[in-house]
Design a protein around this ligand. Structure first.
Ligand SMILES: Nc1ncnc2c1ncn2[C@@H]1O[C@H](COP(=O)(O)OP(=O)(O)OP(=O)(O)O)[C@@H](O)[C@H]1O
Length: 311
């Protein structure tokens, strides 16, 4: 559905080249987002995430390589079918009201049944109490919810989000996850591409994660795949068992929000078996042992992704 092939993007004209101020924002980037999938773009500041998004919206043209959505040039696709989009910086005229802004966006998208749609999104994003407030008077989280409401107004096949949960509290981060899952479930062909610094969130939402670093694809992680299992989730009964986990698995990490649950690692299945035996022999009571893929945070760290230096 979305395909970037060997894409390069340079910023700065001939003068910048002479002054050696030209920025190579993307270099040889290939990304494929099949219909029905959700792809997360991660990477340090300046890695090129927003540039990928701007190329997909047709705001920028690639310096090299090809970008297409549904087999069309991005600008043509956007004009013909529309793309739902939440930008990294939400810019809505500050004197508009929330309801007025959503009505205007619905009118611009030429939606027939715009009135019930606007009210549906106001309800879904729980914007009722601020619906008649001016944009300038909104908190960052509420403004982000207006941006999401705007993106959900029309029934598009493609949704592109730049830092969708930026400024939201944990409750709303979870709610947005549900909303995106509902959006995807309503049409199995729908495609979601989003950039985020929130690795836990990316892990929960994405089927595939593209790690960008200094304008190149550093790694593509298949979140649904069944590759090597570097870690396990171990749940035990009571504090004494929890203490014994630390002895059997030095380096066990307690999982936040779950009592007596740990992420544990072992070099091999045999090593895992030995450590489990130690735990049981010492009187540990095990509730569950489930394979984990290793969290995206761990994999991201272990892939050695570094922050980009000055361009
Ligand atoms: N209009 C522009 N002119 C010149 N350089 C630009 C322009 N837009 C982006 N860049 C440069 O391109 C590189 C990639 O930027 P981009 O905004 O795509 O990164 P990002 O991964 O989205 O970063 P962040 O996580 O900080 O949002 C950076 O070095 C940035 O300074």
């Amino acid at each position: 559905m979305i395909r970037l092939t060997e894409v390069g993007k340079d910023f700065g004209g001939p003068l910048a080249r002479l002054r050696r101020e030209r920025v190579r924002a993307l270099d040889g980037v290939s990304i494929h987002v099949p219909a029905g999938s959700a792809v997360g773009l991660v990477g340090p500041n300046g890695a090129g995430k927003s540039t990928v998004i701007k190329l997909l919206l047709g705001y920028l043209h690639p310096s090299r390589g090809g970008v297409e959505i549904g087999g069309m040039l991005p600008r043509d696709y956007v004009e013909r079918h529309g793309v739902s989009y939440v930008p990294d910086r939400v810019t809505i005229p500050p004197w508009w009201t929330v309801r007025g802004a959503l009505r205007t966006f619905a009118a611009l998208a030429e939606l027939d049944d715009w009135e019930p749609r606007v009210e549906r999104e106001i309800a879904r994003l729980e914007l009722g109490p601020v619906a008649d407030r001016r944009i300038r008077a909104l908190s960052k989280g509420n403004l982000q919810r207006v941006a999401l409401a705007q993106a959900l107004l029309a029934d598009r096949k493609v949704m592109i989000l730049d830092e969708p949960t930026d400024g939201l509290d944990p409750e709303w981060v979870a709610r947005v996850r549900e909303i995106l899952a509902e959006w995807r479930a309503a049409d199995p062909e729908r495609v979601l591409l989003f950039a985020s610094h929130d690795l836990d969130e990316v892990e929960r939402v994405a089927d595939q994660v593209v790690v960008l670093q200094a304008g190149r694809v550093h790694e593509v992680l298949d979140m649904a795949g069944d590759g090597p299992v570097p870690s396990w989730t171990l749940e035990v009964e009571g504090t004494e068992s929890a203490r014994l986990v630390a002895q059997a698995f030095p380096g066990a990490l307690p999982l936040p929000g779950q009592a007596h649950a740990f992420r544990v690692e072992a070099g091999s299945a045999r090593d895992l078996g030995r450590r489990m035996q130690t735990l049981l022999e010492r009187g540990g009571v095990v509730r569950a042992l489930t394979p984990g893929r290793g969290s995206l945070r761990e994999r991201y760290r272990s892939s050695g992704t570094q922050r980009r230096g000055p361009a």
